[in-house]
Write a protein that binds this ligand. Structure first.
Ligand SMILES: Nc1ncnc2c1ncn2[C@@H]1O[C@H](COP(=O)(O)OP(=O)(O)OP(=O)(O)O)[C@@H](O)[C@H]1O
Ligand SMILES: [Mg+2]
Length: 262
């Protein structure tokens, strides 16, 4: 499914956070969203998912959702957002609580999502027994259990150590390659964006505007650590230059109110 963002602007009270965002997330692509802290990335994701109503503009979807889709748009959160008193299977089935499903289909969906994330043997475990990487696998399984049309991932790997992050990145890619779920992926990690994305949208400092949309024109098989040289290194340098300017300017702006007045 395609996700269209047209002329979206948003503010929290007097604070403008997004301005005139136009984005078309193509069916089956991974679009990474990067930008300085506070540039409105999470806000934009919330607007895409319908958690927030923008004060201007609109979000729409086009195309047919995949078979068995219960929620067209589904989130994966940075902090996993698992309930500690529910087992792994219980946390995954949480996403089905609002849907009336026959018990058999419910069990089948949960088992399938767990299997896809390599969690089949951990169905009865509790979050506290799991590593961070395993917890986020549960978070992703919970998103997949509704067979979403578009996955919205807000810094899904940023709470993990570097190795676990690399591992989950590869796993996520393997799953995505099988299913081609359209995904919007927010990250601060340029390497992660360059590994995952078909295109990278760079937001300016607050209020976030789309500064540039950069296609990652290198096949994914050639992007792994060994292939960092050449084109990927060039893209990395370009993204970093864009971000550095915006981040510097944003730092100065945040310092402004403290200097003003007295
Ligand atoms: N509910 C809210 N009420 C008021 N201000 C908010 C609210 N949520 C976010 N903000 C402010 O809006 C701006 C954009 O926030 P948002 O979380 O969308 O940015 P972000 O790009 O996701 O930042 P980060 O990279 O730190 O996650 C920030 O300045 C933030 O402090
Ligand atoms: Mg955020």
């Amino acid at each position: 499914m395609e996700l269209l963002v047209e002329g979206v602007s948003h503010a929290y009270g007097a604070l403008p956070v997004l301005e005139g965002i136009d984005l078309a997330v193509r069916p089956g692509e991974i679009l990474s969203l990067i930008g300085p802290s506070g540039s409105g990335k999470s806000t934009l994701l919330g607007i895409m998912g319908g958690l927030l109503r923008p004060y201007a503009g609109r979000v729409s979807t086009r195309g047919r959702p995949p078979a068995g889709c219960l929620n067209p748009l589904t989130y994966v959160f940075q902090d996993f957002a698992l309930l500690p008193w529910r087992s792994v299977a219980g946390n995954v089935s949480l996403a089905l609580d609002h849907h009336r499903l026959p018990a058999g289909e419910r069990r089948e969906r949960v088992a399938d999502a767990l299997a896809r994330m390599g969690l089949a043997d951990f169905a009865a475990a509790f979050p506290r027994q799991l590593s961070g990487g395993m917890r986020q696998r549960v978070g992703i399984a919970r998103a997949l259990v509704v067979r979403p049309a578009v996955l919205l991932l807000d810094e899904p790997l940023s709470a993990l150590d570097a190795q676990t992050r690399d591992l989950l990145t590869e796993e996520f890619l393997a799953i995505w390659q099988r299913e081609r779920t359209t995904a919007v992926h927010v990250t601060h990690n340029l390497g992660e964006a360059l590994r995952l994305a078909d295109r990278i949208a760079v937001l300016s400092r607050r209020p976030g505007r789309v500064r540039e949309i950069l296609p990652v024109d290198v096949p994914r098989e050639e992007r792994s650590a060994a292939a960092r040289a050449g084109r990927i290194a060039e893209l990395h340098a370009h993204l970093w230059a864009l971000l550095r300017d915006e981040a510097r300017a944003a730092d100065l702006e945040l310092a402004e109110p403290a200097r003003g007045g007295r």
